[in-house]
Write a protein of this length. Structure first.
Length: 289
């Protein structure tokens, strides 16, 4: 068994969400290849990526497809991509960084229970493989958070979210490097904002109470899928915080205040004051050095 096969075997033992994410990315690469006139099944592409094979392509086709599409599709890291060589051959190299990221990620939601989380379970619940709070037929009285029972330092978190609602500020968010405010329903810390035209923003919840970085409106309008599932990628490493919304970077922020904690809980928010339903699924985290 070569190194590529060992990595793939290790990856195969990981959670279903990691497998689904890389499978979707391979399918995206397959779509790109098809547009380039290359015939190769999605399954064959996955095997070729793992083995570093050279496969046939239409004669005379020369060019390069980078790993950007793979990463944007949720593969993780910076993919090695592939090169279409002279003579009608394609060199498919192992997408090492992407698969290492997938192999190193762990699920922090098992898709069935709220094990590992704490909060108001009269509101927070599991439905159809997603963490859900709120309702479309009643107003959420105030902010509520479902929080991890453990803290995290440097990390990269990937998840999908959907927010729907009417009659107010229809909003949620993903807190990180945060803490619960004693004797209060609030959580204090960084938030990857979502809903109510805030998707892609980095907000400082119950601390400085302002946007640290606001996503460009044109970018949000281009990539956001209102009322549907959207992908969030959150990377927090030292003073450096980055957010991606549906594969497009919206935040690249460096914290200038050295007193701000760089460790804390992760918490999911439903904002008060509207008839809102928020859903979160496929939450996976890779802890960084």
């Amino acid at each position: 068994m070569n190194d590529s096969q060992k990595l793939l075997a290790d990856y195969a033992r990981r959670g279903s969400a990691a497998r689904k994410r890389v499978s979707r990315a391979v399918e995206k690469l397959h779509e790109n290849l098809t547009r380039q006139g290359v015939t190769l099944s999605a399954a064959g592409l996955g095997a070729a990526l793992g083995a570093g094979l050279v496969v046939s392509a239409p004669a005379g086709l020369v060019g390069e497809i980078s790993g950007a599409a793979f990463a944007a599709a949720g593969g993780g890291g910076t993919a090695a991509g592939l090169k279409i060589l002279a003579g009608g051959k394609i060199k498919l190299t192992l997408v090492a960084a992407a698969l290492v990221a997938a192999a190193g990620a762990i699920a922090i939601f098992d898709g069935k229970t709220l094990n590992g989380w704490e909060g108001n379970t009269n509101n927070w619940r599991v439905e159809d493989g997603a963490i859900v709070a709120g309702s479309l037929d009643r107003k959420q009285p105030h902010n509520e958070f479902l929080a991890t029972t453990r803290e995290f330092g440097n990390f990269e978190l990937r998840l999908q979210y959907k927010v729907e609602g009417t009659n107010g500020f229809v909003n949620g968010g993903v807190q990180f490097w945060s803490r619960r405010v004693p004797n209060n329903f609030e959580v204090s810390g960084y938030q990857a904002d979502l809903g109510a035209d805030t998707d892609g923003n980095l907000y400082d919840e119950s601390r400085r109470n302002r946007n640290l970085v606001a996503a460009e409106k044109a970018t949000r309008e281009k990539v956001l899928k209102p009322g549907d599932w959207n992908n969030y990628r959150i990377r927090a490493e030292g003073a450096h915080i980055q957010l991606w919304l549906n594969g497009v970077k919206t935040v690249d922020y460096t914290e200038s205040d050295p007193t701000i904690p760089r460790r804390g809980i992760i918490a999911l928010q439903i904002h008060g004051g509207a008839s809102t339903k928020v859903q979160y699924r496929d939450l996976e985290i890779e802890e960084l050095p």
